[in-house]
Design a protein around this ligand. Structure first.
Ligand code: CP
Ligand code: NVA
Length: 309
């Protein structure tokens, strides 16, 4: 049993597929008013070192829908690592709450929380990974195309936390991942290595030729060029990323039934043009909504079922 949800690398392909199937089934049951409120009187502590719209609202809403409660803990309130060491925060929250969700800068902070809290800990984005996003994304792909295996996802932009989690998720389910990025912005070499160890040498490619990659891609995906914590590099990044965007020209190179995805927040005119965003807004909003559905299933699995089996 997996107590925590820190990285998709920790799960087997079978576990990834089962969680996605379960989330899709639970979504239908929820919409039919048939989903049991399985977390009655349970509490989730939510630690945020960075801003959030989707992650905060979806976790809090999911806890409410399951009959439980969520507490928002801002960094200034708890002083993670300054007022109190991470190890003590983990142990105290473990005595009072039934789960901990954390959005952190250093990936090691969420790892330490998981090590020291006796309750499930969920990575809600670190500088290195964003596994909840990648799971909701594959759920969206499966709902749209009916299957995952054999599909190709082209990520246009920075080899960032979202890219790393998506690449690993793709490898787990037999999808191909391509990153189209400017020189100097690939995924970390260790991330690429572990993805290829999982899915084989051809499952993860890095290129500077987005157009050629788009020709054989089912999904065109992008994220901001400037992640939270990189604000000082903003002007340089905007210069360097220049053309690594999803626009109508790139979309025209892709198969006619290709979809466009974005984890949001989106910066129109930079990584995606307004016309492409609006033409694909239905898919992008389904993707955002699926954060709620996937995480509701994840919370039930970790807290009510006792872990990912
Ligand atoms: N996609 C995502 O995680 O959004 P937030 O940063 O608003 O939570
Ligand atoms: N890569 C982005 C994702 C935001 C959801 C960031 O880390 O800011």
């Amino acid at each position: 049993m997996q107590k925590d949800f820190i990285s998709i690398a920790d799960l087997s392909g079978e576990q990834v597929r089962r969680l996605i199937d379960q989330a899709i089934a639970d979504k239908a049951r929820f919409r039919a008013g048939e989903l049991e409120a399985s977390l009655n009187r349970r509490t989730l502590a939510m630690i945020f070192e960075k801003p959030s719209l989707r992650t905060r609202v979806s976790f809090e809403t999911a806890m409410t829908q399951l009959g439980g409660h969520a507490i928002y803990l801002a960094p200034a309130d708890i002083g993670l690592g300054s007022r109190e060491p991470v190890i003590d925060i983990a142990r105290v929250l473990g005595r009072m709450c039934d789960g901990v969700m954390a959005r952190t800068f250093a990936h090691d902070t969420v790892v330490q929380l998981a090590q020291h809290a006796p309750v499930p800990v969920i990575n809600a984005l670190s500088d290195m990974l964003h596994p909840c996003q990648a799971m909701a994304d594959l759920m969206t792909v499966q709902e749209h195309f009916g299957s995952l295996e054999g599909k190709t996802l082209l990520f246009v932009g920075d080899g960032n936390n979202v890219a790393c989690s998506l690449a690993m998720a793709c490898a787990k389910v037999g999808m191909e991942f391509i990153l189209a990025c400017p020189e100097g912005y690939p995924m970390p070499a260790e991330a690429v290595e572990s993805v290829r160890n999982e899915g084989g040498p051809d499952c993860c490619t890095i290129t500077s030729d987005a157009k050629t990659a788009a020709e054989r891609s089912n999904i065109l995906y992008t994220d901001t060029w400037v992640s939270m914590g990189q604000e000082d590099e903003k002007q340089q990044r905007i210069k360097d990323f220049g053309d690594f965007k999803i626009d109508s020209e790139l979309l025209a190179a892709a198969p006619g039934d290709a979809i466009v995805m974005h984890c949001l927040p989106a910066y129109r005119g930079l990584e995606i043009t307004d016309d492409v965003f609006e033409a694909h807004a239905e898919t992008i909003m389904n993707e955002a909504e699926n954060r709620l559905h996937f995480q509701r299933t994840l919370l039930h699995t970790l807290i009510a079922d006792g872990g990912i089996g």
